[in-house]
Design a protein around this ligand. Structure first.
Ligand SMILES: [Zn+2]
Length: 218
C-alpha cells in the first residue's frame, strides 16, 4: 500500500495529544523509510521486471529488516521508547507502535506472498494487487475516510493550514496515480532506492501540517 499508510496516520492524529502528525506519518511509513536505505546498501533485495504487466513491476526478493512482522514489532517497541522519551502516555505509545506494525498488515493485504513473518520465515500476502480495481478502490476509500476524520478534528490556522495539507495530499496523490496507472518502471535498483528516499518528505510535511493546523475543541 501507499496512501493507505498515510491514511492511518491521519486517522490516529485526533486520538493522541502528544505525537504530532509528522511523528505519526513517520511511524506508519517507517518500513518504507528504512527500505530504500537498505536497498541502496545492498542489504535488502528487489528484482525489477522490465516489460512485465505485473503491478508493481518488481519482485520483492528479500526485505526482512524493513518488512518482516517480527522486526516491525521490534522497531515499534524501540522507536516508541526512543521517540517518546518518557513524555507520551502509555496509550500514545501503543497507538504509535500500532501504526508501525500496521504497515505490515496493509502491505500483507496488497502484496503477493512476499511479506515474511520473521527474517527467513514463511512469507504471506493476500495479493490484492492482482485485482487492481479492488485494491485501488479500497485504498482510496480508506484514505478518504481517514482524511475526513482528520479534517473534522482540526482547523487550518490561516492559509498555510490549507496549503500544507492539500499540497501533501496532491503530492502523494500524484505519485499514487502514476504508480497505479503503470508509469515507466525505474531504470535500476539504485534509481528506485533514490526515488524511495523521497518518502522522508512525508514526516517533514506532516510536521509542517501539524504546525499550521489547530485541534478543534470538542
Ligand atoms: Zn511497505
Amino acid at each position: 500500500m501507499f496512501i493507505g499508510h498515510y491514511a492511518l496516520a491521519f486517522a490516529a492524529r485526533p486520538r493522541v495529544k502528544q505525537p504530532g502528525l509528522g511523528t505519526l506519518i513517520f511511524a506508519a511509513a517507517w518500513a518504507d523509510l528504512l527500505w530504500p536505505i537498505l536497498l541502496l546498501l545492498g542489504i535488502e533485495k528487489v528484482q525489477l521486471l522490465a516489460g512485465s504487466r505485473q503491478h508493481p513491476p518488481m519482485d520483492f526478493l528479500s526485505y526482512p529488516w524493513s518488512h518482516s512482522l517480527v522486526l516491525d514489532v521490534v522497531w515499534a517497541l524501540l522507536l516508541a521508547l526512543v521517540l517518546s522519551r518518557g513524555r507520551w502516555t502509555r496509550r500514545e505509545q501503543v497507538i504509535f507502535g500500532a501504526l508501525v506494525v500496521s504497515h505490515w498488515v496493509l502491505d500483507w493485504a496488497t502484496h503477493r506472498p512476499d511479506m515474511p513473518l520473521w527474517p527467513g520465515g514463511a512469507r504471506y500476502g493476500l495479493g490484492l494487487w492482482n485485482h487492481m480495481a479492488a485494491a485501488v478502490t479500497i485504498e482510496v476509500l480508506l484514505f478518504a475516510a481517514c482524511l475526513a476524520t482528520y479534517l473534522r478534528a482540526t482547523r487550518a490556522r490561516g492559509r498555510a493550514g490549507h496549503v500544507s495539507l492539500w499540497s501533501f495530499v496532491a503530492f502523494i496523490g500524484l505519485i499514487y496515480v502514476a504508480d497505479v496507472t503503470g508509469g515507466p518502471p525505474p531504470p535500476s535498483v539504485t534509481a528506485l532506492g533514490i526515488f524511495g528516499l523521497m518518502g522522508w518528505l512525508g514526516p517533514l510535511w506532516g510536521r509542517w501540517i501539524e504546525g499550521t493546523r489547530d485541534p478543534v475543541e470538542a
